[in-house]
Design a protein around this ligand. Structure first.
Ligand SMILES: Cc1ncc(COP(=O)(O)O)c(C=O)c1O
Length: 429
């Protein structure tokens, strides 16, 4: 390792959720390919994270690289105000084709959080145009929608640190999620939600949720019928439904979009992360023609958002290449095989004394532990084992690239199993 680089990093560079006084260790990655990350000292790690759900085809993919190199020779970026280009047009055509239902008006945003801000604006502007005062959002406890202020306001009050920002954040309405899990028989436990909606619908612009999988807020998989129920409630009480598929989109749960498990169509859909196969930052907020027309038909006559790097051509070609790849190989079979292996290797850990629960859906494997992990210790332990897994709170989870080999996946699950036997990996009271 080059110590001076790491020293500089530690002293001067913020990492996600990091401290400038006591930062968690960082590891220098020099190269990544397929499902492997290569450390500065040449050691190869098997990747269990897909760089937070994004690198679904693995790293350094020749098809995406080729598309990026070709595009660089034309233009890396050009403003989107008053200008359009083929990469964006192709991408939006693609997205309209593959996203659920009649969603056909696409806003290209620069990150997942920004796509949520745009979704919130779409919902607010929709009701503004109709001259109906609806300014609140219903959101779910343990939901996570990003780190910008609108997104934080609809994220779980604990995880999004509402406490710190309480004088600044908008107050939204929160409700516990259904206790009925994805694989359970459906039992309707929506009374509290129904009552909240009945009491507040006059003021509620939209319900926002992560369909089927609550990610960063707890890695919980809920029953598709819950989503069906919420869709009906939204129709009945004239509330928009915003589906945040930023983590779940593009196959991760076994369906192309998690909404497809419930066969529902949201009014506004947010996608990001795997959109570019994890190569560039890009997200999108997509709504239907009716909502888009209403938004566009008020005194302002437009949707009030327009980032500098909107529709970045490089990001669009990466997304097009990634979507083409999804068409070219049998990603459903990959997810099926990963799912089977995860079940075989991780379900038996339910009996381990350190384990609270094991949850598996699509290519997502979650081991919930009884104690919080010591992130620095368990991360170091995993690296020594030769894998890249980054747990948080009581959650050791993997979302590997779809192209991971069975033998490599076995090493990941074995690493999880062995990590449970090391007390130092946990904060045991
Ligand atoms: C469900 C969900 N929504 C929104 C976001 C925010 O996306 P980004 O980190 O690209 O801003 C994330 C990121 O983890 C997410 O998982």
């Amino acid at each position: 390792m080059n110590i001076s680089n790491l020293k500089f990093d530690k002293k001067h560079i913020w990492h996600p959720y990091s401290s400038m006084i006591h930062p968690l260790p960082t590891y220098q990655i020099n190269y990544a390919y397929s499902y492997k990350l290569v450390l500065n000292n040449g050691r190869k790690l098997i990747d269990g994270m897909s760089s937070w759900w994004s690198a679904i085809h693995g790293y350094n993919h020749p098809v995406i690289n080729k598309a990026l190199k070709k595009q660089i020779n034309y233009m890396s970026h050009v403003m989107f105000g008053g200008i359009t280009h083929i990469p964006a047009i192709k991408l939006c055509k693609n997205l309209i084709k593959i996203t659920p239902g009649n969603l056909d008006c696409v806003f290209l945003a620069d990150s997942g959080s920004i796509s949520i801000e745009v979704a919130i604006k779409m919902a607010l502007q929709y009701w503004y145009s109709l001259k109906i005062s609806k300014n609140k959002f219903i959101a779910l406890y343990h939901g996570y929608h990003g780190d910008t202020f609108g997104a934080m306001s609809v994220s779980d009050p604990h995880n999004s640190m509402h406490r710190i920002y309480r004088n600044y954040l908008s107050n939204q309405l929160f409700i516990d999620i259904s206790k009925c899990r994805f694989h359970d028989n459906w039992v309707n436990d929506t009374n509290d939600l129904d009552n909240l909606v009945k009491l507040n619908h006059h003021n509620v612009a939209a319900i926002i949720l992560e369909p089927i999988v609550q990610g960063a807020g707890g890695m919980y998989f809920y029953h598709p019928q819950y989503l069906v129920h919420i869709r009906k409630l939204c129709n009945e009480y004239k509330i928009l439904l915003i589906a945040d598929e930023i983590a779940t989109g593009f196959g991760r749960t076994g369906k192309l979009f998690a909404c497809n498990h419930a066969k529902i169509v949201p009014d506004i859909l947010c996608i990001g992360k795997a959109l570019t196969g994890g190569t560039m930052t890009l997200a999108a907020t997509i709504t239907n023609r009716k909502i888009a027309n209403i938004i566009s038909n008020n005194d302002i006559k437009c949707l009030m958002h327009g980032p500098t790097f909107m529709g970045n051509p490089l990001a669009c070609v990466a997304a097009n290449a990634s979507l083409n790849l999804l068409n070219q190989y049998d990603w459903k079979k990959c997810i099926f095989m990963i799912n089977k292996q995860l079940k075989k290797d991780l379900f038996p850990l339910r009996n381990h004394e350190m384990v609270q629960d094991v949850r598996i859906l699509g290519a997502i494997g979650v081991v919930e532990t009884k104690y919080r992990v010591n992130v620095a210790n368990i991360q170091r332990w995993f690296i020594n084992y030769g894998v890249w897994i980054r747990p948080f709170n009581k959650l050791i989870y993997i979302v590997p690239p779809y192209i991971i080999k069975q033998s490599a996946l076995k090493i990941l699950t074995k690493a999880i199993k062995k990590s449970l036997n090391i007390n130092n990996n946990f904060i045991i009271p």
